[in-house]
Design a binder for this molecule. Structure first.
Ligand code: PLP
Length: 400
């Protein structure tokens, strides 16, 4: 695509190396990995190799990797599967999550809420970061699961997963009914360590299309020995937690994408510098603009800003007309006119939450792109403020 793509939190382009590795399984090597013949075994070997690559990245056993159809599915399997294990025994259970989770977690918890499971939604601070002591306060005798995202998809804030993991491990030492810890690491995988032992998690979700891999394939790390029921029934595939014929090409692509992450660490540093240049430029050049979410505990590619007197949707459309792809929040909730639940949780008003713009950089973003975006955005905000009748005195830009 020509133009400037600043929506990498929604999805990333598939890398050439990933595509090249997938192609043989899309073109010729079509065997079902469960078949005994040579064609089937070629697929089985490819899937096994990918499982090993993911396991190396997460520092776990290959047998603890479950390939799924998406991160949404991984989140559902973890949350519904753990709940079902206890519900089938007639137990009353309690789950803790946060107010700023992705809909894949929030809506799944809501389903459980309607089925009689007690769900608590932990608050975040004004900076979008959870206070670990707030999680501790919410823990009850019948808490079976804590599900907290590693990094937020809208504002890029990074949660203290290691500290929450330590808290749960400490509490688990004193109780018979252990608490499981799940993290949705979809947005974190590109940038943060996802060593599951270091994080102290029992379940971890990730998705290939956020890491320059194909769409429609995810992973659920499932710690050995954890108690979980399948939510879909069928064959023996993926330890019976995700039955169905494996998507060999996608799984191969995911394995390659995850292995390539470490080779792009350098570009992450560059990305952070470019992000800071754009962020500082916006906050300095465009008056009455605010950064949403913590500046310190933030993914290196994320900017989420609000502009008084300029609607987020209008900004996205106007930028798109200039060939710049951005977003108002999560791709899954675009199309909905509801203000972002994440920004509301930070304490923003409905009007402020409507005026936000998310820009997420990627491996291909250049300094030239950043200069262009800053220039175009400054003009667009000014124009939209004029149209919306936003007070001239407040809107007067330094560039005027
Ligand atoms: N969780 C988070 C934090 C996300 O950002 C996303 C995608 O935006 C998902 C889950 C869902 O991922 P998938 O598209 O693989 O279902």
């Amino acid at each position: 695509m020509k133009g400037i793509y600043l929506d990498h939190a929604a999805t990333t382009p598939i890398s050439k190396a990933v595509l090249d590795e997938m192609m043989p399984y899309l073109k010729g090597s079509y065997g079902n990995a469960s078949s005994i013949h040579a064609l089937g075994q070629t697929s089985r070997e490819a899937i096994d190799e990918s499982r090993e690559r993911v396991a190396r990245f997460l520092n776990c056993l290959p047998s603890e990797i479950v390939f799924t159809g998406s991160a949404t599915e991984s989140d559902n399997i973890a949350i519904l599967g753990i709940a079902d294990f206890f519900l089938k025994q007639g137990k009353r259970i309690h789950i803790i999550t946060s107010k700023i989770e992705h809909p894949a977690v929030l809506n799944t918890c809501e389903v459980l809420d309607k089925r009689g499971v007690e769900v608590d939604y932990c608050n975040v601070g004004k900076d979008g970061v959870i206070d670990v002591s707030d999680i501790e306060k919410l823990i009850k005798e019948n808490t079976v699961l804590v599900s907290i995202m590693y990094a937020n998809n809208e504002i890029g804030t990074i949660q203290p997963i290691i500290e929450i993991g330590k808290l749960i491990q400490r509490i688990n030492q004193t109780r018979e009914q252990k608490i499981c810890f799940h993290t949705d690491a979809v947005q974190a995988v590109n940038y943060l360590s996802c060593d599951v032992k270091e994080l102290g998690v029992d379940f971890l979700t990730l998705s290939a299309h956020k890491i320059y891999g194909p769409k429609g394939v995810g992973v659920l790390y499932t710690k050995q020995g954890t108690q979980i029921e399948p939510i879909v029934y069928g064959g023996h595939q993926e330890a019976k937690l995700r039955p169905g014929t494996e998507n060999t090409a996608n799984i191969v692509g995911l394995g390659r994408a995850i292995e390539d992450i470490s080779t792009h660490k350098h570009s992450t540093d560059v990305m952070e510098q470019l992000r800071d240049k754009l962020m500082d430029g916006i906050l300095n050049e465009i008056k009455h603009s605010r950064l949403n979410g913590s500046i310190d505990h933030r993914l290196p590619n994320n900017i989420n800003v609000s502009f008084d007197g300029a609607e987020g949707e209008a900004l996205v459309i106007a930028l798109d007309q200039k060939g710049i792809a951005t977003s108002t929040g999560s791709a899954c909730s675009s199309g909905s006119l509801d203000p972002s639940h994440v920004l509301l949780a930070l304490g923003l008003s409905h009007v402020q939450a409507h005026g936000s713009l998310r820009m997420t950089l990627g491996r291909q973003t250049t300094e030239k792109d950043i200069d262009k975006v800053l220039d175009v955005l400054t003009k667009i905000v000014k124009k939209l403020r004029t149209i919306s009748g936003y007070k001239k005195s407040l809107a007067s830009e330094r560039s005027e």
